[in-house]
Design a protein around this ligand. Structure first.
Ligand SMILES: [Zn+2]
Length: 498
């Protein structure tokens, strides 16, 4: 195979893969947002499953690795896109190949069943139902570490699937920084007991909906290259780079949830919309990692839209729509969108405590993978960790160890990405603020200078850079948790302890 033949073969495979992915995303979007007939759901699920399987089979064909090896032999002649493509696909191919076929298939069947069982187990708060599945999932993950191989800690092998280059050494130092600074800060805040008033009332859904174009335009989401749908659990999906869709949900009694979840999904969507078109052909039109993707959504949601500057422009908009805010001032709104208190459910956690929920999962997963702790002890260990880190114990299993779908879906090593991603965002913003007046941009309702910086340094790069390379190139240093810890300390000390 010549170099050109190898490139052409990969381009063709990627093109077909992209087309299959597009079809699958449309089927999913339809089912999630359009209220399709209930009876069609099984066929749709089967079609998505078939598309995924066909995509995987085509990718794993022998000519893929032949093309990759041909190109690896002429590395010096490849441009940036070609090198990144070989790296990303070579690694994915070899990892997938390392898993014995029958083990892989058995695990797919196991997790499909486990997710259905988890739904019931969570509702019934029945850990006995779930325990045998978790045991099998973690047994498989331990074997997976060996198949993948690792240098230091077995968990490193799993982490890399979600967060390229992440390892226990890096995460231990990240979480110990949080343990040292954020855990005591939270304790001080609880002791002070001066929580702001909650935004509580009924907010007409049609009026909530009217706010959204203003909000998505403020964020810089290009509505002409996407669509906004309504669903129960918001998500963002890329059909093509010129059709990046977001979803939002409305609850009459929870206005803030619609606002902030929309901004969150805008952050993901803007990342995709700002990618360089050349990435598509090379199969690299996605985030550098899950964490880097999450860094963008949380940067827009928290660092921009939970800032005081943003509440200054948000308040008049709210007052225009809802009498409820008639007597509010900027200060009280700012405090109310920044409630900080221990809670039991990760996905509902506030900005200060969110990463502490992830810390609980990280510390348990790490020991489950090595076998230092047993699946049968999880409910108690989970509750103990919540008490130790957040100061509260779950009242039920649904509010405790059974709250997340991840383990039943076979995602082990996934959780830390949420927290490090949030921290990458702080490191990026720390660099941005050296050249851009962030507060002035927000108050002027024109954050395009911030988005332009992110486009140049993060979005346009897609998967051509690892998170570490991306941070080094854009901020001048590798991941440093200090920026996140400093940001949280400054913001929440000012809010609660001054
Ligand atoms: Zn997200």
């Amino acid at each position: 195979m010549t170099k050109q033949q190898a490139l052409n073969l990969l381009y063709e495979k990627i093109q077909v893969g992209n087309a299959l992915g597009l079809a699958s995303s449309i089927i999913h979007w339809d089912a999630a947002t359009l209220g399709v007939p209930e009876k069609s759901l099984a066929d749709r699920g089967a079609a998505i499953g078939w598309i995924g399987g066909e995509s995987f089979r085509r990718f794993m064909a022998l000519d893929t690795i032949e093309a990759i090896e041909t190109l690896e032999a002429v590395k010096g002649e490849l441009n940036n896109y070609e090198s990144a493509m070989i790296y990303v696909f070579g690694k994915a191919y070899r990892k997938a190949k390392a898993i014995p076929q029958e083990e892989f298939e058995a695990f797919q069947a196991l997790t499909a069943e486990a997710q259905a069982v988890w739904e019931t187990a969570r509702k019934k708060c029945d850990y006995d139902m779930m325990q045998p599945y978790y045991e099998k999932v973690f047994d498989y993950q331990r074997r997976l570490c060996d198949w993948y191989g690792y240098e230091n800690h077995p968990y490193d092998a799993l982490l890399d699937d979600y967060e390229r280059g992440a390892n226990v050494e890096m995460l231990d130092s990240f979480f110990s920084a949080l343990r040292e600074k954020i855990v005591p800060l939270l304790k001080d805040i609880i002791a002070k007991d001066n929580q702001p008033k909650e935004i509580k009332g009924l907010f007409d859904i049609s009026k909530q909906r009217e706010l959204m174009p203003w909000l998505t335009d403020f964020a810089g989401y290009d509505r002409t290259r996407g669509k906004v749908g309504e669903v129960e659990h918001p998500f963002c999906t890329t059909i093509t780079l010129d059709d990046v869709r977001i979803t939002t949900m409305y609850h009459e009694d929870n206005l803030m949830s619609a606002l902030f979840s929309t901004i969150h999904e805008c952050g993901h969507a803007i990342y995709q919309q700002n990618m360089n078109a050349e990435l598509v052909k090379h199969g690299l039109a996605d985030g550098s990692s899950m964490g880097v993707h999450e860094s963008q959504s949380r940067l827009y949601e928290n660092m921009i839209c939970r800032s005081k500057a943003f509440t200054e422009i948000l308040l008049p908009k709210l007052q225009e729509k809802f009498d409820y805010f008639k007597d509010w001032d900027v200060d009280s709104l700012y405090r109310s969108v920044n409630i900080a208190r221990p809670s039991l459910i990760r996905i509902e956690a506030d900005e200060l405590t969110y990463s502490l929920h992830v810390m609980v999962r990280y510390e348990l997963e790490k020991k489950l993978v090595t076998g230092e702790i047993k699946v049968s002890d999880l409910p108690k260990l989970w509750a103990d960790k919540y008490e130790e880190i957040l100061g509260i114990r779950p009242d039920t299993l649904a509010n405790g160890v059974l709250q997340d779908v991840h383990w039943s879906a076979g995602y082990v090593g996934y959780f830390p990405s949420y927290a490090v991603g949030t921290a990458y965002g702080s490191q990026l913003m720390n660099t941005i603020k050296k050249s851009i007046d962030i507060n002035a941009a927000i108050k002027n309702a024109d954050i395009s200078p911030i988005t332009k910086w992110l486009k140049e340094n993060v979005h346009s790069k897609g998967q051509t850079l690892s998170p570490d390379e991306l941070l080094k190139q854009s901020t001048g240093e590798s991941f440093n948790p200090k920026y996140y810890v400093d940001y949280l300390e400054e913001k929440f000390r000012n809010l609660y302890l001054k």
